[in-house]
Ligand binder design. Structure first.
Ligand SMILES: N[C@@H](CCC[C@H](N)C(=O)O)C(=O)O
Length: 257
């Protein structure tokens, strides 16, 4: 069968997007998902997203990493919102469903402001931190992230006994100014550094904001700039977390599956 797809990117984190409201895409076929995401034998992307119908919501985002595993994806969700507006499913506001629950989002031009799930608290992990923002994230502050061996160190932490068997995403952070950080991320399920990770920069912003008494942080990634806003409660939890940044359609195509 031939299917049509769209390619989107959110600060360089790129996704194959499929309108699967007919429920025809074989989402259990992990080798097909791996092939479509393969940069040499397929379309090429960090992940694949199906837009499906879900009762009581505008749509459901079903996200797969390039290896076929599933988790929450912040940049992917921003792209899913932009794609859903392109398909005419939503206007400039939406309430949709994802693997970690209900999300609200709004669009202003190419910018998507995505409501993230509340975070119960930050955990310390030795000198570092662990935060679950819908996906698991290890956060390490380093002196100069530009020169940091992200893939080598990231893989070591991702596969460490502490996080077995599920593993974790790993973020390396350097403060750039009072309210700005630079983040590079090793992503589980891609098993490489990606140009940006939405749930990852959110985790880093919460840690940095908590440490420095701030509730709005700008983030520089290899693929562009994002912003995270939140409010912190006295019990250590974080609410009203917003991930803000661009989501862009790159091209469309058809492929035999
Ligand atoms: N790129 C994503 C995160 C995708 C999920 C992650 N790789 C995992 O398996 O936990 C984002 O923008 O949040």
């Amino acid at each position: 069968m031939e299917i049509s797809f769209y390619k989107y990117q959110g600060t360089g984190n790129d996704f194959v997007m499929i309108d699967d409201r007919s429920n025809l895409f074989p989402g259990k076929d992990l080798s097909l998902i791996q092939k479509l995401c393969d940069r040499k034998f397929g379309i090429g992307s960090d992940g694949l997203i199906l837009i499906r119908n879900k009762e009581g919501f505008d749509f459901e985002m079903v996200y797969f990493n390039a290896d076929g595993s599933q988790s929450m994806c912040g940049n992917g969700a921003r792209c899913a919102v932009a794609f859903s507006r392109f398909l005419g499913i939503i206007g400039d506001q939406t309430t949709f469903y994802a693997i970690d629950g209900v999300h609200k989002a709004s669009l202003l031009g190419n910018e998507v402001e995505l409501g993230m799930s509340p975070v119960l608290g930050l955990e310390s992990a030795g000198q570092d931190f662990f935060v679950d923002t819908g996906s698991p994230h290890h956060v390490r502050f380093v002196e100069n992230v530009t020169d940091y061996p992200v893939v080598e160190e990231g893989a070591e932490i991702r596969y460490s006994e502490k996080y077995a068997p599920k593993g974790t995403n790993v973020n390396f952070v350097t403060p750039l100014g009072r309210d700005q950080i630079q983040v590079r991320t090793y992503e589980r399920g891609v098993e490489d550094e990606t140009l940006s990770c939405g749930t990852g920069v959110t985790a880093c912003a919460l840690v940095y904001g908590y440490q420095n008494g701030m509730d709005e942080i700008k983030i520089k990634t290899l693929g562009g700039n994002l912003k995270v806003r939140f409010s912190k409660k006295d019990n250590g939890s974080f609410q009203h977390i917003q991930l803000i940044g661009p989501a862009v359609q790159v091209f469309e195509g058809r492929i035999e599956i």
